[in-house]
Write a protein that binds this ligand. Structure first.
Ligand SMILES: [Cu+2]
Length: 500
């Protein structure tokens, strides 16, 4: 990056305000107010700003002890400003990092009703201000009970709740990329759209793939914001079309997470493949080269990137048909990869493709387990698209829809009668995808969220998964749902209880 010191300073302060958040930005040293005119007079087609990495909070002596407060606050995304709903004042809140055996001790404060009359909030205030909220630890095989990963806890505005989530030292939970977001039924979409979501990492994936040790780590946290005029802004780490620097032949460890509310994206980097090592925090047996991704809300991909020959490589979405009654999804540029230098990458690719996972994998047990029971879930909606259902009914958190015996492995078939994508997500345990749209699916890693294809004129879209309910940690009541969370809010969720 060749920039004047003024520009460096502008970028630094802009970045700092993004993460330090509302308190500092509103009145502190890092004011973005009119007294600093350069903050408002950026060039129209600026040089992409370098990709900024989210801040991090690490566990200390086995405990990640912190407070996460949700409150309205100002957001700037490119030239759009609005009042979002933020964790600790930041559109991209800290990545929580812990290790197997650690405890997350998090005080969650719901301040979503506070300060709404404060002058200086920019633009429209997101719907969802003043609503109940809570914290969910997406993808984690931890207890759903008490003050652990319990989505039935609803923390009202003005109240606080202390979570204590024990990450087992041994067993099913492994190292990987997860995320945290609100899960108070009815308000999830507005809150995630407002900005409430962040990454959660269980460190140690370098023990599964030692080659990852020491590689520069880059997070790509995808979010989208929607505006009253139906327009939408898709950001990575809260930046619009950032520049990702890599040297030719350099290996980097990329951690891509869709932590937005409801969009499905198909995307690729023109001329640059990636080598996937994990999906949804679950390692593959060996890296898989891909040139295109389909990623729905909640899904994650960990991959090795190799710096291509010098040049610029745009990361863009690919147009595809989601909702049958609307135009195809538009093409959007998400980022640009800027490679420099002249090293060769072919030998490195061979090296990566020869890597093999270290140690036994849970997926092998899942593949060979006898199926104790088969269930079918039917996804549907009303014609006015105001009500979304599973098996003809909307969720009732007081009702238990499925009771499962601990130790059983089951096959679930999700039948989508709707002409748009939905997804299947279940809390506390991943699953093996075995069939998509009538075609056998040979997955090499477990998932916790997977897109359910839309119905066509030929019939419903069908997803088959095998779910291991074999981890004693997950005994209790929890939920499964579509992770396009506007659908979940409108009813597309069910309650499951795993009984010992
Ligand atoms: Cu859905």
């Amino acid at each position: 990056m060749r920039q004047s010191s003024t520009l460096d300073r502008r970028l630094f302060i802009k970045a700092a305000s993004r993460f330090i958040g509302a308190t500092a930005a509103a009145g502190g040293l890092l004011s973005l107010g009119p007294s600093m005119p350069w903050a408002r007079s950026q060039p129209k087609a600026p040089t992409p700003e370098p990709l900024i990495q989210p801040p991090e909070m690490h566990s200390v002596n086995g405990v990640l002890d912190t407070t996460i407060a949700a409150a309205p606050g100002p957001v700037q995304l490119g030239d759009r400003t609005f009042t979002g709903l933020l964790y600790n004042g930041a559109y991209v809140p800290p990545t929580l990092r812990a290790r197997l055996g650690d405890t997350l001790r998090i005080t969650f404060r719901n301040n979503l009703a506070s300060g709404l009359d404060r002058p200086g909030y920019m633009g429209p205030i997101c719907a969802g201000a003043g609503t109940a909220s809570n914290l969910h630890f997406h993808g984690m095989s931890v207890s759903p009970q008490g003050n652990s990963d319990n989505v039935f806890v609803h923390v009202q505005p003005g109240e606080a709740f202390q979570y204590q989530v024990r990450i087992p030292a041994y067993g099913r939970q492994g190292p990987g990329l997860f995320w945290y977001h609100p899960h108070a039924h009815g308000f999830v979409n507005d809150q995630i759209l407002g900005g409430m979501s962040g990454a959660l990492v269980v460190d140690g994936i370098d023990q599964v793939f030692p080659r990852l040790r020491g590689l520069p780590e880059r997070f790509f946290l995808i979010k989208h914001a929607k505006f009253g005029d139906e327009s939408e802004v898709v950001s990575i780490n809260g930046q619009i079309n950032p520049a990702v620097a890599i040297r030719s032949g350099e290996m980097q460890f990329w951690r891509i997470a869709h932590i937005g509310a409801s969009d499905f994206y198909k995307f690729r980097i023109e001329g640059m493949p990636l080598y996937v090592v994990a999906t949804d925090g679950h390692a593959l047996s060996q890296p898989r080269k891909i040139t295109e991704f389909f990623i729905g809300p909640g899904e994650r991909i960990d991959a090795i990137a190799i710096g291509p020959p010098a040049g610029e490589y745009p990361m863009r979405t690919i147009s595809f048909q989601n909702e049958a009654w609307r135009p195809p999804e538009p093409v959007r540029q998400l980022a640009v990869i800027q490679s420099s230098g002249s090293s060769q990458s072919a030998a490195i690719e061979d090296d990566i493709l020869r890597l093999r996972v270290n140690g036994p994998q849970w997926i092998d047990d899942v593949r060979t387990a006898p199926i104790a029971r088969r269930r079918t879930l039917s996804y549907s909606r009303t014609n006015d698209r105001k009500t979304f259902m599973i098996d003809g009914r909307v969720v009732d958190e007081a009702r238990t829809d499925q009771t499962v015996k601990l130790g059983d492995t089951e096959e679930w078939t999700v039948v989508n009668t709707d002409q748009q994508y939905h997804s299947f997500h279940i809390h506390q345990t991943p699953f093996l995808v075995t069939e998509v749209a009538g075609v056998p699916w040979h997955d090499d890693s477990l998932r916790d969220t997977f897109s359910v294809p839309p119905a066509t004129d030929q019939g419903p879209g069908v997803l088959k998964v095998v779910i291991p309910f074999t981890d004693p940690t997950i005994v209790g009541r929890f939920v499964y749902h579509c992770h396009a969370v506007d659908h979940e809010d409108k009813g597309m969720m069910g309650v499951i209880e795993v009984v010992a």
